[in-house]
Ligand binder design. Sequence first.
Ligand code: PHE
Length: 340
Amino acid sequence: MLEELSQLQQDGLRELQAMAGSAELPVWYRTYLGRKGRLTDVLRGLGKLSADERPEAGKRGNEVKQVLEEAFLRRQDEIREAELQASMHSGAVDVTLPGRPVAPGHLHLSIRTLRKIRAIFAEMGFQVYDSPEIDTDENNFELLNIPPYHPARDMWDTFWVNDQVVLRTHTSPGQIRCMREYHPQPIRVILPGKCYRYEQITPRSEHQFFQVEGLAVGHHIRLTDLIGTMSEFARKMYGAERRMRIRSSYFPFTEPSIEVDMDCILCRGAGCRVCKHTGWLEVAGAGMVHPVVLRNGGYDAEEWSGFAFGMGVERPAMLQHGIEDIRYFYNNDLRFLQQF
Ligand code: PHE
């Protein structure tokens, strides 16, 4: 075996020296040092040697490996340097060629929509309150008046981190965090952010999406304030001619609860494919903050009142730009992203 190893080392070094171009480098490496290369092949014989021959052969094997590795690296540098020099001399590198432009990125459509929404509410005096994407069951459900095992939980298919912790299914848990931080002062905030639901991904539903929550708490805040805020928002976002429609609805954390619609931005209420021939598009779920929720936030529900709303971000962007599949928002396809 010792002879075989010496022969192998000799062959390897000779072939390295004789090598003509860098294209041969990987071939050489595979042949000599690769997993199925000659060295591995020879060393496979180690097991058949007697116990007193084995240590020396093993040691020699390692030496050969090291010698060849080092020679390879040296030769690789040499060859590459030579090729570089050659190409410089032959003028293959035209240093006057303009550089390749770096493609400047831009903000994702979701973020741009979010910023527009933020700007509109900022004009109305709403601050941004940041709240975590991972939250407790308590904040996401219980303190929002949704006890364990309450059937209303079915409205939010949930990713559980453990028994007590969830990926927030909506931005509403931020209401609790915000009230507990600010009570007993008045509040006027929006809470934008990512939410998660344990849902099948289809062209119309993703398991991750953005929402913007709104919360106002103060004295004498009334349903008409909510409706006024919503219609002001819709007009700034979608055009001054927008008309609103209010339907009654149900959320455990608001009472009364409403659904805010606006006339379809495409057909202006006449009925089309976008509004599924109803003439109306959903803007937000909303309502007056439930007394239980106010109390959980630290406010005296006899003295304080408030409204809250929650709206989607991707869906309206889809309507506006005629995007037919929500999955495009999250699969990082530049052909899609560059259009906006
Ligand atoms: N959190 C509700 C949802 O995701 C929306 C909502 C927010 C409704 C605030 C009322 C008040 O469905």
